[in-house]
Design a protein around this ligand. Structure first.
Ligand SMILES: C[S@@+](CC[C@H](N)C(=O)[O-])C[C@H]1O[C@@H](n2cnc3c(N)ncnc32)[C@H](O)[C@@H]1O
Length: 358
């Protein structure tokens, strides 16, 4: 639900909503959930353990308890279930790489006026090296490890034998598809440093041997092989409309007749491009971190797909609470190969190529 701000009080409340997020980020920065672990603490003992002031900790912990992240009984604090698991570095379910990524965005978002003025991303050029890519890829794994199997459970891939996870990073979705579909084989395509992380993750899965690795610059290189399904998740928003249209042509060429391109992204669903709010806010991240990225309307993405030669384009609806983005999966089919559709496909590819070259 988007916020509609009409009064000064609503405006003030919207601005001061930064307070709880800053409390949560401070808790992660101080690694408080790890310090508490599975134990119960008085604030005096915990302050000594964490080497912070008791006064500061008292106020922070009170707010964390109000948010449900800590349990308070009298003078004693302990972790909630979430605090003890996903937020605790000593627990196997810890999602630290993603927590580090999203908490680091606090500083970046503070520089938003710079990007609005320049139209350019913040000076993160130095970051795109193997170390950065590795950290980012683990962050993507920790972001989707819980939701991926829930999404995949709702996508029927019966009859498909091959899947390409294009820009698949850690391959978390590819692994979920392989686990659900025992006859499927998959390849994950990404930059080499991302694929190293994908290999480490796959080595811990029973379905891991059915995953292969394709190092490729998906922006410029053609996609080798022929697949029944291409899963293109959370990449569309990184690139410009022109880059995405060119990518759709290469994806179509890499699909078997009747094959499916599944695009997952933060789509805007209404005519004006104002809904949902989450997709709008995500486009701000694209301004801060990418050269030309944005979030796109369902309608414009559908046009690019049709122009590229795809057919039977539709949104796949997931159950509420089990989606990466609201209404965030679009399916498009490669034409089956009877004579008519082959001619239509060739014509459409030719038209799109000539449009893109202008
Ligand atoms: C936001 S992550 C999404 C990862 C995964 N698909 C998911 O949904 O969680 C985008 C991925 O696309 C990859 N990517 C972006 N541009 C690429 C390019 N030009 N060539 C290869 N991979 C690229 C990145 O390395 C990263 O792993």
């Amino acid at each position: 639900m988007s916020k509609h701000i009409a009064t000064f009080d609503e405006f003030r409340d919207a601005i001061t909503a930064y307070r709880l997020p800053r409390v949560l980020i401070a808790a992660i920065e101080l690694d408080i959930f790890t310090a508490i672990g599975a134990d119960s603490w008085t604030l005096a003992d915990l302050a000594r353990e964490m080497k912070v002031s008791e006064r500061g900790l008292t106020i922070l912990c009170r707010n964390l308890a109000m948010a449900g992240l800590l349990k308070k009984r009298g003078e004693i604090y302990r972790n909630s279930r979430l605090g003890a698991t996903a937020l605790n570095a000593h627990h196997p379910a810890y999602r630290g790489a993603y927590l580090r990524l999203i908490t680091s965005h606090w500083t970046d978002w503070g520089r938003l006026p710079e990007s609005v003025k320049s139209g350019l991303p913040l000076d993160h050029d130095e970051l795109e090296g193997p170390d950065y890519r590795r950290r980012f890829t683990w962050a993507m794994h920790h972001r989707t490890v819980e939701i991926a199997p829930k999404i995949v459970a709702q996508i029927d891939l019966r009859g498909a034998r091959t899947l390409l996870d294009l820009g698949g990073g850690p391959g978390t979705y590819a692994m979920a598809f392989l686990t659900k579909n025992p006859a499927l084989r998959a390849a994950v395509c990404d930059r080499p440093a991302a694929l190293e992380v994908a290999k480490e993750i796959a080595s811990t899965h029973k379905a891991g041997p059915r995953l292969s690795y394709l190092p490729l610059d998906l922006l410029t290189e053609s996609i080798p092989g022929a697949y029944d399904v291409i899963w293109y998740s959370n990449v569309l928003h990184i690139y410009s409309p022109q880059d995405n249209q060119a990518l759709f042509l290469r994806a179509l060429a890499a699909l078997n007749p009747g094959g499916r391109l599944l695009i997952q992204d933060a789509f805007l669903h209404d005519r004006e491009g104002l809904l949902p709010e989450e997709a709008g806010l995500f486009s701000v991240s694209m301004l801060l971190f990418t050269e030309q990225g944005d979030t796109y309307k369902v309608a414009e993405t559908r046009t690019w797909l049709t122009d590229a030669g795809f057919e039977r384009i539709k949104i796949l609806r997931m159950k509420k609470g089990t989606e990466d983005w609201e209404g965030g999966i679009m399916e498009a089919r490669s034409p089956g190969m009877n004579v008519k559709t082959r001619e239509r496909r060739t014509r459409s590819i030719r038209n799109s190529r000539s449009r893109l070259s202008h």
